[in-house]
Write a protein that binds this ligand. Sequence first.
Ligand SMILES: Nc1ncnc2c1ncn2[C@@H]1O[C@H](COP(=O)(O)OP(=O)(O)OP(=O)(O)O)[C@@H](O)[C@H]1O
Length: 250
Amino acid sequence: MRGRGDRYAGGMDGIEFSGVQYAVQGKPVLHGITLSLHERRIGIVGRNGSGKTTLLRLMAGLLAPTGGTIRVAGVDPAVDRKAMLRAIGILFQNPDHQIIFPTVEEELAFGLRQLGLRAGEATARVRTCLAAEGRAHWAAAPVTALSQGQKQWLCLMAVLLMEPATLLLDEPFAALDLPTQARLSRRLASLPQRLVTISHDPQAVAGCDRVIWLEAGRVVGDGAAAGVLEEFRAEMARRGDSDADTDLGA
Ligand SMILES: Nc1ncnc2c1ncn2[C@@H]1O[C@H](COP(=O)(O)OP(=O)(O)OP(=O)(O)O)[C@@H](O)[C@H]1O
C-alpha cells in the first residue's frame, strides 16, 4: 500500500537544475548548478552570501535563471506559477515578511483562496485546521498579538493548508528560542512532504538524507549528511581562524 509519504517522495515530483546560472546586473551569484533532487529531506549549507536563498527562490519560481533550466515535477516554476502553488511552499526566515493579513483566519484563508476555493470553503477549512491544532480560539486573533514562534507556526500552517509536495525552509530556526525550535523541528520531521532546508548551521540539516554545500555560488560538496558536514565544519573552523571577512565581492 502506498502511504501519503510515498506520494511526495518520488516519481515525477523531483526538482531538476541543469546548468543553472543566476546573475544580478552581470555579477554571477550562481554558476552552472546541476542537481537532481529526489530525496525526502535535503539540506543546503553555505556561508552568508554563498547563494542559498537565491537557489531556493529559483526552485520556487520567484526568480528566473539567467542561464540553464529548472524543472519542478516537469514544470518550469518561473513560467507556470499556478502549478507551483501545489508543488512548492516556502517558509521564510522572518514570518513578518510573510504575513500580510490582520487576523489569523484571514492569513490562513489567503492561500486557499489562491488555489480557487470559495470564501466559505476556505474559512471552513481554516477553522477545521485550527480546531485540529487545538487553536480554534485563535481565528479572530490579530497577528500582531502572536509571538515570533506563534507567527512561524501560523506561516507553516498557511503553507501546509495548500498541501504542496515540497516545502522550502529558509533558516526556519533563526529567530526562535530553543524550546520553540525543538517544537518546530518535531513538527517538520513528522511531515510527509519533501523538505529542502537551507541553513548556515550544520546542526539544522544534520538529519537530512542529502546535504549540498554551496560556496560562492558553486556546489562544493554533495552527499550523505555526515561526510559533507564534517568537511563543512572543518572548513568553517579553518576560515574562522584566518578570514578577516572584508571582501565586498566583484
Ligand atoms: N537582488 C540582488 N541584488 C544584488 N545582489 C544580490 C541580489 N540577490 C543576491 N545577491 C547577491 O548574491 C549573493 C548570494 O545571496 P544569497 O542571499 O542567495 O546568499 P545566502 O547564502 O542565502 O546568504 P545568507 O546566508 O546571508 O542569507 C550575495 O553576494 C548577494 O549579495
